[in-house]
Design a protein around this ligand. Structure first.
Ligand code: ADP
Length: 420
């Protein structure tokens, strides 16, 4: 480097914040080399016995645990800032280029990473009725970070953004158009940051241009979603107005006849909120067999537990239906890609998901599938017509990439794809 001593190097660090109603997850990433400088979580904010768990990755030190009371998000971010400062990574650092925020719902207007200003914040708040659990916490996180570093660009990266390319025939429900439009009822899709990152990485793994690659991406974590990606753009995804639609998940039912809701109201006297709670928190794998962790379910299946076996079979059956459906949506498929906690780690899930689909060109190689690893890898036989891949997701890095690209391309605030 020939930088003169008087010249301040351009800032390259991005703090990524994922703010929930009672927690804030964070990572500090240096975009000069994509290295992770710190990571952690502040939990049980506003609940009395709060805690911060901080990994000082830049020093390679032990994880530090702090316990005390964090009354609100301001207190949580102050505690996080203190931990970072203890590693010499304080938030007052001139090396910080931006704070990147995960925002769950961007609706139809916020479809690109966006530098937050008042209009953008208003739009995120306007979407609270369609994302009541997430958007309020995301707004709180942004406001708190703004108070801490008012001079710094705060970038919002939306979970829904990648899916905004869905054509109307995939995004609309077949219900009365006026009612749908009046209440913004349509399919938005979620996990978009992961689907975007994994699609790009999968194309790289295949050695193909993303613009010439068709993929079925299966994000299987505690929440789970599938997407059909044509030429790098989302053409359909399994989550809809909310993250409840689609695959069987840890605690969510996924697809269900909507009449089940009316039926439970009529015959069981359940309120809308009670059915909401049932379908989101007490269904899926948990509702079927009492466990939502795939590791536990596999242990029980191996031990001959019938409920766990049935839960696993229902999970796989739904997954196979989506693979078939998205194969038909795309016509030509280059690869089926597994990601997130279950997709990256559970070989039996991957094997069962494509078993017997040789007619579709799909198969996994037993040894490659069983071999673990943290890298993106192919697990299909060498001559497979359609590849099967495992690609570890990294939503924080993707948020940092998008935030950094935005602030280095156009310094200074000003909403891109603005709130309008
Ligand atoms: P989230 O959806 O909460 O972000 P992850 O993508 O980390 O979560 O996925 C969490 C889930 O991954 C766990 O609930 C567990 O079922 C599953 N999982 C993690 N490790 C394994 C493993 N080795 N084998 C099977 N499933 C696993």
């Amino acid at each position: 480097m020939t930088t003169p001593p008087s010249h301040t190097p351009a800032p390259t660090r991005v703090l990524v914040l994922n703010s929930g109603s009672s927690s804030v997850k964070y990572q500090l990433i240096d975009m000069a080399d994509r290295s992770r400088l710190a990571a952690g979580i502040a939990e049980r904010i506003g609940e009395g016995a709060s805690a911060v768990s901080h990994q000082p990755l830049s020093t390679g030190g032990e994880t530090r645990e702090w316990q005390g009371e964090l009354a609100d998000h301001d207190a949580a971010l102050a505690a996080i800032a203190k931990e970072l400062a203890a590693d010499g990574l304080g938030l007052d650092s001139p090396e910080l280029a931006a704070i990147g925020h995960r925002v769950v719902h961007g609706g139809l207007k916020l479809t690109e990473p966006t530098v937050v200003d008042d209009a953008v914040l208003k739009e995120i708040e306007r979407l609270v009725p369609v994302a009541p659990l997430h958007n309020p916490a995301n707004v709180t996180g942004i406001r708190t970070a703004q108070r801490l570093r008012p001079d710094l660009p705060q970038v919002a990266v939306f979970d829904t953004a990648f899916h905004s390319s869905m054509p109307e025939h995939a995004a609309r429900y077949a219900i009365d158009v006026e009612t749908a439009d009046a209440h913004r009822v349509r399919r938005y899709g979620f996990h978009g940051t992961s689907h975007a990152y994994v699609s790009r990485k999968a194309a790289e793994l295949l050695g193909k241009d993303a613009a010439d690659t068709n993929l079925i991406v299966l994000h299987l974590g505690n929440g789970a979603s599938a997407s059909a990606v044509r030429a790098g753009r989302c053409e359909d995804t399994s989550m809809g107005l909310t993250p409840l639609e689609g695959l069987v998940m840890g605690t969510r039912s996924g697809d269900i006849d909507p009449a089940v809701v009316f039926h439970l109201g009529r015959v069981a006297g359940m309120s809308a909120d009670e059915v909401d709670d049932l379908l989101n928190k007490r269904s899926g794998l948990l509702g079927l067999c009492g466990a939502n962790d795939m590791r536990e379910i596999r242990r029980r299946v191996d031990a001959g537990d019938a409920a766990a076996r049935l839960a696993f079979d229902i999970y796989i059956h739904r997954l196979r239906k989506y693979i078939g459906a998205y194969y038909a949506v795309l016509g030509r498929v280059d690869a089926v890609v597994f990601t997130a906690g279950v997709g990256e780690n559970a070989a039996p899930v991957r094997e069962a998901a494509v078993a017997g689909l040789e007619q579709l060109g799909l198969a996994v190689d037993g040894d490659l599938n069983a071999a673990g690893g943290k890298e993106a890898r192919l697990i299909s036989p060498e001559d497979a017509r359609v590849k099967v891949a495992v690609v570890p997701t990294d939503e924080e890095l993707e948020i940092a990439e998008q935030s950094y690209a935005l602030v280095t391309a156009s310094p200074g605030p000003g909403p891109e794809g603005g709130a309008g």
